[in-house]
Design a protein around this ligand. Structure first.
Ligand SMILES: [Zn+2]
Length: 296
């Protein structure tokens, strides 16, 4: 699943091509997660110009301008298996979930549209943006500013790299909760954009057992966790995300953060710090990787 660093990479890559371009035509194919109703949304987007491409957590936000109206925003969430592919002439930029682990060409969409294409956005630049989604959990939505602000406030906490993600914020959200620390830091309403890979890595760096009850963590460890979350996300964005079999970035390249992974998907291998065997367990409903010796 694309996480914050992967979605940020897609955003940065698409920004150059889409900001300043206007939609000329929009088609939805066999896709229900569209709001408002597909024909209405398609009609609104015609001649609407993209003025900015933003992101909050894993949500992509296209700011729009149409005939003086700047109150509308197009929201795209890739969820588990969503992918965006932009084609202009012979150029292809793709990001999100890859449809193939072996074939680079189909990893960035292959011939488009394909059977997973659920939306095609055409632009006055001649480019086309394809939204492909294997499992159709992603969504596309038109929102006005007030509704968008409401959604963001209700569903997204501070991001790791925002100023509002302070040590005192992390301390306060952990102190109030008896759930496992991993469940708390994965909760998007408390910290936006931290997903499974980076949560496991940050807890390892901080030396905290993922199953530890949040309110029992000592201040020194909370400080270490705060630092670790910021460091991991910064480095992951710099590396253009992490690539396993199912993720390619906005240029069709694989993210290189994989070389920095210390516990994620390293179960049964020796801990890089102490040599103990890395374990995998279910915590907060997610496959969780940790060293039983370094993480108490
Ligand atoms: Zn260890």
């Amino acid at each position: 699943m694309p996480e914050l660093p992967e979605v940020e990479t897609v955003r940065r890559d698409l920004e150059d091509y889409l900001v300043g371009a206007s939609f000329t035509d929009v088609k939805f194919i066999d896709f229900k997660n569209v709001a408002p109703e597909a024909t209405f949304l398609a009609k609104y987007l015609e001649k609407a110009k993209v003025t900015a491409l933003r992101r909050k957590g894993k949500l992509l936000i296209f700011d729009l301008e149409k005939a003086g109206d700047t109150d509308k925003h197009l929201l795209i969430h890739l969820k588990m298996t969503g992918q965006l592919v932009y084609q202009l002439g012979t150029q292809t930029k793709a990001g999100g979930h890859s449809l193939s682990e072996l074939d680079t060409k189909s990893a960035v969409g292959g011939d488009l549209p394909n059977k997973y294409t659920h939306a095609i956005f055409s632009f006055d630049s001649g480019g086309k943006l394809y939204f492909n989604d294997l499992r159709k959990f992603g969504y596309i939505k038109l929102s006005d500013t007030a509704e968008l602000e409401k959604t963001l406030t209700a569903n997204y906490g501070p991001e790791p790299l925002e100023k509002s993600f302070t040590l005192s914020w992390l301390t306060s959200i952990l102190a109030k909760r008896t759930a496992p620390v991993k469940a708390v830091i994965l909760n998007q309403k408390l910290i936006a954009g931290l997903g499974n890979i980076y949560a496991d890595e940050a807890l390892f760096i901080a030396g905290i057992n993922p199953g530890m009850k949040a309110h029992k963590i000592k201040p020194a460890k909370i400080e270490a966790l705060h630092e670790a979350i910021v460091r991991v996300i910064k480095r992951a964005i710099k590396s253009r995300g992490t690539t396993f079999r199912n993720y390619v970035d906005g240029k069709g390249n694989k993210g290189s953060f994989i070389k920095f992974l210390q516990v994620y998907q390293r179960q049964k291998q020796p801990c890089l710090q102490c040599g103990e065997t890395i374990l995998k367990a279910k915590v907060a409903g997610r496959g969780t990787h940790y060293c039983p010796s370094c993480q108490k």
